[in-house]
Design a protein around this ligand. Structure first.
Ligand SMILES: Nc1ncnc2c1ncn2[C@@H]1O[C@H](COP(=O)(O)OP(=O)(O)OP(=O)(O)O)[C@@H](O)[C@H]1O
Ligand SMILES: [Mg+2]
Length: 393
């Protein structure tokens, strides 16, 4: 289980340390930084898949995703005596992401290439391409030199052997690749493989498509589907998989909880699976194409949350979208149920969903707010924030 998420220099997350529990609800006003927290977790996941630089590029590149405010606020600025614009950046560009868990911690620090003097014979044009400056894996909750297990400094990588002595890896790591994708020999760095597989198992769901052309509405070739796809295209197969090898009673209960008197079925024709719903008061069942957006989205969430193969971490971004508020308590019960098997993080601004989740055991709300343009946790001063240390460059 993750115990801490730490982000620095990413969008409005100037320096945010988030304590995590079993079931976490991230909430806050518009613009407070919820989506940035979601995206920073996704970036971490991309790192373990070798796609962090591409993902940053898709977001407009490092310069645009970096915290746009000053490195620190002087007392005069905080007191309102001095405008923020008067301060200049002095420190090198740095976007840092990390987490600590029960077993290991991981952190990455991205920056820009330093201008070389004298210039190399073949100057690079990738001047705005982020490079990985530092990457570490350590054991225990906080980074300490003695707890370091894998340590990357630019291209140089070293790992600890079974006697605790440092072994330098002879090949340099490419500036644009995470050490986790470049180097993953389980004999020399078992922790690296563990951390990489842990991160790769995180599962994210964000805004399912439910428009008329959405794949979830149409019959699809059905194969055993213990994990619903991100676009929900294999909804019918995923629901049927729950019925056959998962928890069919929970599936029926989830449908009845949201739509009393209705029942769900999956029809097959020539190997193609389709969702149909028998609704109270109708003479014939409704096909996927005929379901309302909210009904379809609820079914997608049911399939995602009742997965017979629960991930270590499940992250849901604004699952309330297009659901009627009356459905939110049923959704909260499903989420709480999923939290028995997975650590869950929900980003939401639906008051009813948040209130229902807050009533669940082991749930905690993290309310974000903006302070001088930077995201912070509302009761940060009173809350016991977990300790966190970044590695120096
Ligand atoms: N590079 C940056 N530096 C500082 N702040 C930024 C940067 N890029 C975006 N922001 C600001 O970060 C804030 C948080 O954005 P985010 O999208 O995370 O908010 P949100 O809580 O998801 O809001 P909403 O409820 O409207 O979706 C916004 O106010 C945005 O303007
Ligand atoms: Mg948002």
């Amino acid at each position: 289980m993750l115990t801490t998420l730490a982000v620095a220099g990413y969008r409005s997350l100037r320096e945010l340390i988030v304590p995590l529990g079993r079931l976490n609800v991230i909430t806050g006003a518009n613009g407070s930084g919820k989506s940035s927290v979601y995206r920073s977790l996704r970036l971490l996941a991309e790192t373990a898949r070798g796609g962090v630089i591409t993902s940053l590029a898709r977001e407009g590149g490092l310069p645009s995703t970096l915290w746009a405010g000053p490195e620190r606020f002087s007392r005069a600025v905080l007191a309102g005596e001095f405008p923020v614009e008067g301060t200049r950046r002095k420190e090198p560009v740095s976007l840092r992401l990390g987490f600590a868990g029960d077993q290991f911690g991981y952190a990455i620090d991205l920056g820009l290439p330093a201008p070389e003097r004298p210039p190399p014979p073949m100057p690079s044009k990738f001047l705005l391409d982020p490079i990985i400056k530092r990457e570490c894996i350590w054991s225990g909750p906080v980074l300490r030199p003695s707890a370091l297990l894998v340590d990357r400094h630019g291209p140089a990588l070293r790992t600890r052997d079974e006697h605790g002595d440092w072994q330098t890896i002879p090949q340099p790591v490419a500036s644009f690749d995470s050490m986790m994708t470049e180097f993953s020999d389980p004999r020399t760095a078992p922790e690296m493989v563990t951390v990489r597989e842990q991160i790769r198992s995180w599962r994210f769901y964000d805004h399912f498509r439910t428009d008329a052309e959405a794949a979830a509405r149409l019959p699809q070739i059905g194969t055993h589907t213990p994990v619903l796809a991100n676009d929900g295209a294999d909804l019918a197969a995923a629901l049927q998989t729950i019925r056959e090898i998962g928890d069919p009673a929970a599936l029926d209960a989830a449908i009845d909880d949201a739509f009393p008197g209705s029942s769900l079925d999956v029809t097959t024709q020539d190997g193609r699976f389709e969702v149909v719903m028998q609704q109270h008061g109708l003479l014939r069942p409704l096909k996927g194409a005929e379901l309302s957006d909210g009904t379809l989205r609820y079914l997608l969430l049911v399939a995602a949350l009742l997965t017979p193969r629960p991930p270590e971490l499940l992250v849901l971004n604004e699952p309330e979208t297009s659901l009627h508020p009356d459905l939110l308590p049923a959704l909260a019960r499903l989420i709480a149920r999923a939290a028995a098997h997975s650590q869950v993080l929900v980003v939401s601004h639906a008051a009813r969903l948040i209130a229902a989740l807050e009533r669940e055991e082991a749930s905690q709300s993290i309310v974000l707010e903006k302070h001088f343009g930077a995201t912070r946790i509302t009761d940060e001063d009173e809350r016991d924030l977990p300790p966190w240390k970044w590695a120096a460059r």
